[in-house]
Design a protein around this ligand. Structure first.
Ligand SMILES: [Zn+2]
Ligand SMILES: [Zn+2]
Length: 531
């Protein structure tokens, strides 16, 4: 009871002073500490318990263990699971909580095996599995489980829909949203969290009207909903609407995310003085808020002002990597090699430990030189990057959806059953590209070329090209080709796709780590080459 009100130390005192503690007392204490996010203490109580754990204790234990990341805790949970009586396999909550823990530790195949064995799967079993796939960057698997759930007529609840919509939002393909949204029962649509996610989602796919329709039907929007709507306006270039809504909402419920959303909205619409006045009025300027403001100034190429904001921030905080990335990326768009070089050198000094980040920064720097035709300098930077920092370890992945099925491609992926046809199509596309003047350029290759490869074969193996080729071997070919990439699109893919849409007369929409690219059949991209 005490724990429900967060009165931890009192509850602990009572617990330790009790002379006779039974297994229920231990369970209650563990549960209370878990709910109050005191995981270490909760685990200690378990370790002190002199009884053989029953199913309830184990269920709580797996929930506690899933909050840890160390191998030791994982082994403890695994041992407890292996030693428990076989009859416990029929206890659904216990199995669900164990699967959740396995997924948290990235043990996907063990989770799958266990999930497959459950005979009477309930809503939670499916939801835990779906959530696990999302956590492990496999949103396409999450969709598959949702489909199975529907086929088995298992009722989806609010949480299930939140998770499935999160998967959709990771994949970012409009065609898969709509059928799922249409399935949401009207009673669930009243939940604020679900409403906020829907507003967010419609905003992300460019349907701000649909987002607004949901918003207008909500009687008393909370901070999540206001923020989602401000963000939806911002993403769709409606900066003034975003500011109006921000000013309308009660000040006492605004939080960090609300401030970030409105500043982003100003930034995307180029409303600099509005952004400055909002920023100046924010009481607590967190790292994230400051980063957005730096990004806002940088986009307008106001480098001195952006630097001033960084300097002010650093008076009382350690430097933030992302702020410098915003500055560097703007300098690249401005084709300003002097500023780029200055920022990059400062980053190398400030963040020597951020290897992956410095690789991305160095790619931006070499791209700046490429954009002003200084290819030799760019090559030199690339060479330095490989020798000083190392290779980029993040693998590029592209998702595309064809006939209701989401397919994932890695670079040089041969795992798809129709791989042969895909590569034959790539060869055809590549021939057409070259006939239309496309030149493959080694400057877009960020790794060493092996003996059995050519510049063309390396660039043609990029995951977004494979995903596009896969669309072109469909009967019929989709009217619009959609794909989502986890990293930024490279320069070769960008210019190749501009030609492909023109040659094949199919629009292609790609969402990359940075933004949307709408490639129109006239050969233009909506980003105006700011990729
Ligand atoms: Zn590429
Ligand atoms: Zn583009």
């Amino acid at each position: 009871m005490l724990m429900k009100f967060g009165d931890i130390s009192n509850a602990e005192n009572v617990f330790f002073e009790m002379n006779t503690k039974d297994i229920i007392t231990y369970g209650t204490m563990m549960q209370g500490l878990l709910e109050n996010k005191l995981y270490e203490k909760a685990l200690d109580i378990f370790k002190q318990m002199p009884f053989k754990p029953n199913e309830i204790i184990l269920t709580i234990l797996f929930k506690i263990c899933s909050e840890f990341t160390n191998e030791q805790t994982f082994q403890l949970a695994k041992n407890m699971f292996n030693e428990m009586p076989k009859i416990f396999y029929e206890k659904l909550s216990l199995i669900n909580s164990y699967i959740h823990m396995l997924m948290k530790f990235g043990e996907i195949s063990d989770s799958e095996k266990l999930f497959f064995l459950i005979e009477n799967k309930d809503t939670t079993s499916y939801t835990v599995m779906m959530n696990g796939y999302n956590m492990n960057n496999k949103p396409e698997e999450c969709l598959k489980i949702f489909k199975q759930m529907q086929e088995k007529n298992i009722v989806a609840d609010e949480i299930t829909y939140i998770i499935i919509l999160n998967a959709c939002s990771q994949i970012g393909l409009l065609s898969i949203y709509e059928p799922i949204v249409n399935k949401i029962p009207s009673n669930l649509l009243k939940h604020h969290r679900l409403q906020a996610i829907l507003i967010d989602m419609w905003g992300k796919v460019g349907h701000v009207d649909k987002a607004l329709k949901i918003f207008e039907h909500i009687e008393k929007p909370d901070v999540m909903i206001y923020t989602a709507m401000i963000n939806a306006f911002g993403l769709n270039g409606k900066g003034h609407e975003a500011i109006d809504l921000y000013r309308q909402m009660p000040i006492d419920i605004q939080n960090e995310f609300t401030h970030i959303s409105v500043l982003n909205a100003c930034s995307h619409s180029g409303l600099i003085s509005e952004a400055q006045s909002i920023f100046n009025n924010i009481q607590v300027k967190t790292k994230r808020i400051t980063t957005v403001m730096v990004d806002c100034m940088s986009r307008m190429f106001m480098f001195d002002e952006a630097q001033k904001i960084i300097d002010d921030f650093e008076l009382s905080h350690p430097p933030g990597f992302v702020m410098y990335m915003a500055l560097l990326s703007a300098a690249r768009n401005h084709r300003n090699s002097i500023i780029s070089e200055k920022i990059y050198n400062r980053m190398k000094n400030l963040f020597p430990q951020k290897k992956q980040g410095l690789i991305a920064a160095s790619v931006l720097l070499s791209n700046t030189y490429l954009s002003i035709g200084e290819d030799e300098k760019a090559k030199e930077i690339r060479f330095k990057r490989l020798s000083e920092i190392g290779k980029n370890k993040i693998v590029g992945i592209t998702w595309t959806e064809v006939n209701g099925e989401v397919v994932q491609f890695k670079a040089h992926d041969h795992s798809h059953p129709r791989s042969k046809e895909i590569y034959a199509e790539i060869t055809r596309i590549s021939t057409e590209l070259k006939e239309n003047g496309h030149q493959y350029d080694s400057k877009w290759i960020t790794r060493e070329i092996n003996d059995n490869e050519s510049i063309e074969s390396v660039l043609c193996g990029h995951s977004e090209k494979l995903a596009i080729a896969y669309n072109f071997i469909q009967q019929p070919i989709p009217n619009i080709i959609h794909a989502t990439k986890n990293l930024r699109i490279c320069g070769d893919c960008h210019s190749a796709i501009k030609l492909i849409v023109k040659i094949r007369q199919r629009p292609i929409i790609i969402r990359d780590a940075n933004r949307f690219h709408h490639f129109d059949i006239n050969g233009q991209c909506s980003c105006q080459d700011h990729f």
